[in-house]
Design a protein around this ligand. Structure first.
Ligand code: WTA
Length: 651
């Protein structure tokens, strides 16, 4: 059995169902089931109606122009994402409402009202403009989770520049690759960031990354101060606060962008080659992000919304910045680790700020389970009314723990399936309507035509599994891969004509609910982070000792999947613990700590088919200690036996 098979057999035995309470249902934003049917009959009409919740400078001419695989939504319409997220709220009763409640890991905190946030965004926009940033230019952002991060995104949006955020956990090499691919002239970083009380040397990484790249200016936010010990290169590096004092206090006029102008790039791992720069445009992305706040997250004006993701990933883009702020919400943003200084940090924040909606990842929930219920019990969590999860399939045990120990049986759980490519949550419950089943993301949201199909693209019957696809274009779909439209076509639309293939396997149950089984390509999901096996393999073979490497994801209790690397070394190289440590560090330096293999197994040979393909399924079976399936296609079956012995020894 593979990972996916074992998940499936567990899920098929899952029969528990959870309906929202009467009081939740009565107060929910969406109470009428007919929304599904009306959106199904007229998806363009549905999305056009949703788009009216945004502020447009000029109306659009067409709702959708679709020439597979290229979609244009609301083209001709003019709007600005930062205006929608900040300025329009400054003009009404939300002017002095908290937009961002930020807490730093050491315990410092800042609150920005919409009005204050607006002034900061305008000053940052002036600053970027003074540095020569213009509409359409790319700006790379490599920051810790501090307020300057959302402010930078919004300042770019205000100018009409394209932001490309690189998660602070990425190495200098990974950062460099993304700067070069995006051809970014400005990099915004910080002296350092805090994580578990230690410093993350962002500026030092940035220094290595920008050499011989198009980046001419590095703006440095002073987060830590003298302790960070950074050196500033004259003519290239400038401090954020020194530039800001020079900017005029005058409002920055929002650029009137076309709905189809690019809002941002966000790099994500694929099966092969370099990370893909996923392209999102302005009007469609913002429409679905904004809609999902009302429908999936049931957002009301007095909610306090806490999404625990980092803005370095799409979840933070959509559910810390563009979704909640466009909806005028109050968001809680936290800089650091959930166990610093204690394992009750999140629960302390929920109590302190009166969080009403909490959105986190299954890997975090499993970690909290392991730590024990005594930590949430230390705090009053009665303000919570809705819980969400994202990033990987949630196992029913973790769902139940979340339901009981965090939600106290009161709060509906929205298990939201989506991807960097989909822009926002698109398979998810509507919490006032949907009967939840632990482990299922339930049904596509209104206006989304997702399905599970067989290898011919035919819809599978209930009770069967196959490929997760989206049949019709939706407003927040990626438009292309930056600089590689051919790869966009091939990757997402190459398998079935006109249908988006998500890369996930899924099962459809008798009620039409979707159960995501995980990636079916060579992408590993470690703690909700997508890592391409190829990227880790290339990092390993770039080490002088390595001849060949094969990387697989094996199931892991907390992380969902963990990386196991099988490595053959060059002639005369001595294997042992020292080399293992060196190789793990080498991967960390090449990509980042999240790609560091959990274990490395040296082997004289890798199992290959007669046509010289590495048999990954077999490697997974070995790593997970399962009985081996058919090995008759293997060129040299003795390799497997040797590997099995080797793996046992390394345990
Ligand atoms: C997985 C994160 C099951 C899936 C927003 C997808 C999920 C990949 C869920 C995208 C979920 C995300 N249930 N699997 N609720 N949410 N995934 O691009 O494999 O970082 O393809 O976007 O995460 O990861 P990405």
């Amino acid at each position: 059995m593979t990972n996916r098979d074992s998940r499936l057999s567990n899920l098929l035995h899952e029969t528990r169902q959870f309906s929202p309470s009467e009081s939740f249902r009565e107060n929910a934003n969406v109470r009428d089931e007919s929304i599904y049917e009306s959106a199904r009959q007229d998806p363009e009409g549905y999305w056009s109606e949703q788009a009216q919740n945004l502020s447009w400078f000029a109306p659009y001419e067409n709702v959708l122009k679709w020439q597979s695989p290229h979609a244009e939504w609301f083209s001709g319409g003019k709007l600005n994402a930062a205006y929608n997220c900040v300025d329009r709220h400054r003009q009404g009763p939300r002017k002095n409402k908290a937009a961002i409640i930020w807490e730093g890991e050491p315990g410092d905190s800042r609150v920005y009202t919409y009005d204050m946030l607006g002034r900061e965004v305008d000053r940052a926009a002036h600053m970027l403009q003074d540095l020569g940033v213009r509409r359409g230019d790319r700006v790379t952002i490599y920051l810790p989770m501090i307020p300057e991060l959302p402010i930078s995104l919004l300042a770019c949006a205000k100018i009409g520049a394209i932001h490309s955020v690189v998660f602070g956990g990425f190495s200098s090499k990974a950062l460099r690759q993304r700067i070069v691919d995006a051809d970014a002239k400005v990099l915004i970083t910080a002296d350092a960031g805090w994580r578990r009380g230690a410093l993350i040397a962002l500026k030092a990484n940035a220094d290595e990354a920008v050499v011989d790249t198009p980046t001419e200016t590095v703006v440095v936010v002073r987060r830590v101060g003298a302790q960070a010990g950074v050196s500033m290169q004259a003519g290239r590096d400038v401090y954020w606060h020194e530039l800001l004092v020079k900017t005029p206090g005058a409002p920055f006029p929002a650029a009137e962008m076309d709905a189809e102008d690019i809002l941002f790039l966000l790099y994500t791992s694929g099966t092969t080659g370099n990370p893909k720069g996923i392209v999102h445009t302005t009007g469609g992305y913002l429409t679905v992000a904004n809609t999902s706040m009302r429908t999936v997250f049931d957002m009301k004006d007095d909610d306090i919304f806490f999404c625990t993701a980092d803005i370095g990933w799409v979840t933070g883009h959509t559910y810390i910045v563009y979704g909640p702020l466009s909806a005028g919400a109050t968001v809680v943003m936290y800089e650091g680790s959930p166990d610093f200084p204690g394992r009750d940090r999140f629960w302390d924040m929920v109590e302190k700020y009166g969080v009403t909606i909490l959105y986190t990842a299954p890997t975090s929930i499993r970690t909290f389970m392991k730590w024990g219920a005594q930590y949430p019990q230390m705090h009053d969590l009665r303000t919570l009314r809705l819980l969400g999860t994202v990033g990987e399939p949630i196992n029913p045990e973790a769902w139940m723990w979340y339901h009981e120990h965090i939600g106290h049986g009161r709060c509906p759980i929205v298990d939201t399936w989506w991807q960097t490519e989909t822009g926002a949550a698109i398979i998810a419950p509507l919490p006032g309507l949907t009967v939840a089943k632990p482990g299922s993301a339930t049904r596509p949201v209104p206006g989304i035509d997702a399905d599970v199909v067989d290898e011919h693209g035919q819809s599978v019957a209930p009770g069967h599994g196959g490929y997760l696809v989206i049949r019709k274009p939706w407003p927040s779909m990626l438009r292309t891969i930056w600089g590689d439209d051919e790869r966009f076509r091939r990757t997402y639309f190459g398998q079935f004509e006109g249908m988006y293939v998500a890369g996930d396997g899924a099962h459809k149950d008798a009620d039409g609910y979707v159960w995501i089984l995980g990636r079916i390509d060579d992408v590993i999901n470690v703690s909700g982070h997508r890592i391409g096996t190829m990227e880790v393999e290339s990092a390993l073979v770039s080490h002088r000792a390595v001849a060949e490497a094969a990387v697989i994801g094996r199931s892991h209790d907390i992380k969902g999947q963990a990386i196991t690397a099988f490595v053959t070394v060059k002639e005369g190289i001595e294997t042992g613990d020292a080399l293992i440590a060196e190789l793990k560090q080498h991967v960390t330096d090449s990509i980042g700590a999240m790609a560091r293999p959990e274990e490395i197994i040296f082997t004289a040979e890798l199992p290959k088919t007669r046509s010289a393909k590495i048999m990954r399924r077999l490697l997974r079976d070995i790593a997970e200690g399962r009985v081996l399936g058919d090995t008759t296609t293997l060129a040299d079956p003795s390799v497997v036996e040797a590997l099995k012995t080797q793996y046992k020894e390394s345990e």
